[in-house]
Write a protein that binds this ligand. Structure first.
Ligand code: EPU
Length: 349
């Protein structure tokens, strides 16, 4: 069957393709609508020689002015039930599906399980890369497998959940630098949604909100709605206030350092981890360091959630990097804690 030719755009504008709305261009942009398009890239020696980067929803990205290579944007659209057994539904989404729309669709079909991850920006294909998480759930807990095309060989490769080596905002795709190198292009992600469902209410904030709405036995749709309400209240909408969600990861420190910090700062939120380490709230540290609502040039830390860096208009990548650095230095000086950015920096000096 003849396939459509690969869609290639030279000198492509990426400003609309990153949620921080940074001005950026790519020497070449390829739109990948199917696994065949991915194979067409692998089969093209000139394209294979280009430095490459795979761009999802651009919601976790700091883009420099020009990427001198090939940017690949997967737009693969597909939503289907791929299997069912006594215990679970197996549902897959194409890499280009907007994450929130996909979650809404699963709920509408009567397959709950992803509702705590409502309203997270980005695409289905990007979700496993940084193991998106919110309100007590990480996507790793619902993931069955990830299908990808190896752009070096054109071969299909399936990663099981164990292969993905998930951690907090981490996976093999980050650990091995595969995402940055653009080796594996994720085409489809399959989720395992258990039929035994109970609302996952591990967050006091979610519990309070449900109680206030009088929802003693909430449905998955109620939980989705509640989480969307909380997110809209605290997090800026990229459409009006460009941002990349949490700009820093919550730092994980050893128990001794956490105990010392908590003795000195009793209100510091601490979350003990299974391995004995302790996760600290970066938003709290940043607020205490005086950065909540404070600006540096055209960027600033958001006034309602200090962990979110926002572009107030006209920012370039260097502005973002300068603010991130200033925040990191102040938090390090005041608390002796290192902050790590969550977004990927691409082509930023
Ligand atoms: N806090 C402050 N000041 C602030 C912000 C937060 O004191 O300006 C305190 C809060 O009072 C709370 C604690 O820090 O006690 C944690 O805040 P919150 O519950 O808002 O969550 P977070 O740790 O800041 C994480 C994720 C979010 C996710 C929320 C809810 C990371 C880096 N961020 O934020 O994910 O939505 O939990 O589960 O893990 C994202 O990754 O882009 C993202 C938005």
């Amino acid at each position: 069957m003849p396939t459509m030719p690969l869609e290639l755009v030279p000198d492509a504008d990426l400003r609309q393709r990153n949620t921080l709305a940074l001005p950026a261009r790519a020497r070449l942009l390829a739109t990948v609508r199917s696994a065949d398009d991915a194979r067409a890239i692998a089969a093209n020696p000139a394209l294979c020689r280009e430095p490459r980067f795979i761009l999802g929803g651009g919601s976790n990205l700091v883009l420099g002015a020009c990427f001198d290579g090939l940017v690949i944007a997967p737009t693969i659209a597909a939503r289907r039930l791929v299997g069912e057994d006594a215990d679970a539904w197996y549902v897959s989404g194409g890499a280009g599906e907007p994450w929130h729309d996909f979650v809404q669709w699963t709920l509408a079909q009567g397959w709950p399980g992803l509702e705590n991850l409502s309203l997270i920006p980005g695409t289905v294909g990007a979700a496993p890369i940084q193991n998106i998480g919110a309100y007590g759930l990480e996507v790793a807990e619902r993931l069955a497998c990830v299908d990808a095309i190896d752009l070096d060989t054109g071969e299909a490769r399936r990663f099981t959940a164990a292969d993905c080596r998930f951690g907090y905002r981490d996976s093999i795709f980050k650990q091995e630098g595969w995402h940055l190198d653009g080796r594996f292009l994720i085409t489809e992600v399959t989720f395992r949604l258990p039929k035994q469902w109970a609302p996952l209410i591990r967050y006091a904030e979610v519990e309070r909100e449900l109680a206030a709405a009088g929802l003693a036995a909430p449905s998955a749709a109620d939980v989705a709605q509640t989480i969307a309400t909380i997110r809209r209240r605290k997090l800026p909408d990229p459409a009006s206030t460009p941002n990349a969600g949490s700009f820093f990861q919550n730092p994980v420190v050893d128990a001794t350092q956490a105990a010392q910090l908590q003795a000195a700062h009793p209100t510091l939120p601490c979350y003990p981890q299974a391995n004995g380490q302790v996760k600290l709230a970066a938003g709290w540290l940043i607020e205490q360091a005086g950065w909540k609502g404070r600006r540096l040039g055209p960027v600033g830390m958001y006034e309602k959630q200090a962990l979110v860096l926002v572009n107030h208009g006209g920012a370039i990548a260097a502005d973002v990097a300068a603010l991130a650095k200033a925040v990191e230095v102040d938090v390090q000086q005041q608390f002796g804690v290192s902050l790590l950015p969550e977004p990927i920096y691409l082509g930023v000096a």
